[in-house]
Write a protein that binds this ligand. Structure first.
Ligand SMILES: [Zn+2]
Ligand SMILES: [Zn+2]
Length: 162
C-alpha cells in the first residue's frame, strides 16, 4: 500500500498548545508526541489503531499503541481532538481544531464519516427542548445508513479490490 506522505509539519499554534499543556503537567514534547500530533492533524477522523498503522508504516521509530492512546487523549484535553463513539466497539478521534460544532452521517458498510451542519436542524432542536421546558447544553446528532453511491463507498471499493 502506498500513501502520500506530506512533509507539512504542524502549525506553531498546535505545537505551542501541546507544549503549554505538557509543561503544565510536567511532561515534555517528545519526538513521539510530535509525530502523533503531525499525523493526527492530517486527518479528519481516525481511531488509535489506524493512526498506529499509519505511523508504524512510515519507517518511524516504533511506538506502542498505548503511547498513541495517551497522546490522543492529551490532544482531546487541549481541544485539538474530540472523542466520538459512533458504535460500541471503537473510539474515533475527531480532528476538531479548525471545526465548529458539527453533526455526522456514518456509513454502516464502509465507516465513512460525513460532517454536516444545518442551522434549521439546530433551531428545531432548540425549539423542541424549549417546548419541553428544557435548556440544551450540548447535543450529538449521529445519522446511520450507507452510501447511496456504491462506487464511492469504500466497502464496495474494498470488495472490488481497488
Ligand atoms: Zn467530525
Ligand atoms: Zn460507504
Amino acid at each position: 500500500m502506498t500513501r502520500a506522505v506530506s512533509k507539512r509539519s504542524p502549525g506553531n499554534k498546535e505545537v505551542q498548545l501541546l507544549k503549554d499543556y505538557l509543561a503544565k503537567n510536567r511532561l515534555k514534547l517528545t519526538q513521539q508526541r510530535q509525530t502523533i500530533l503531525e499525523a493526527f492533524l492530517k486527518v479528519d477522523h481516525i481511531t488509535a489503531e489506524e493512526l498506529y498503522r499509519q505511523i508504524s508504516g512510515n519507517d518511524r521509530p516504533h511506538m506502542g499503541l498505548a503511547t498513541i492512546y495517551r497522546t490522543l487523549n492529551l490532544l482531546c484535553n487541549i481541544g485539538i481532538g474530540q472523542q466520538r463513539h459512533f458504535d460500541d466497539n471503537r473510539t474515533i478521534y475527531d480532528n476538531v481544531l479548525n471545526k465548529k460544532h458539527h453533526d455526522h452521517l456514518i456509513c454502516d458498510k464502509c465507516n465513512k464519516i460525513i460532517e454536516f451542519e444545518s442551522p434549521a436542524i439546530e433551531r428545531l432542536q432548540e425549539q423542541m427542548a424549549a417546548r419541553h421546558g428544557f435548556t440544551l447544553s450540548s447535543h450529538r446528532l449521529e445519522l446511520f445508513g450507507h452510501c447511496i453511491d456504491w462506487e464511492n463507498c469504500r466497502d464496495w471499493q474494498r470488495s472490488a479490490g481497488r
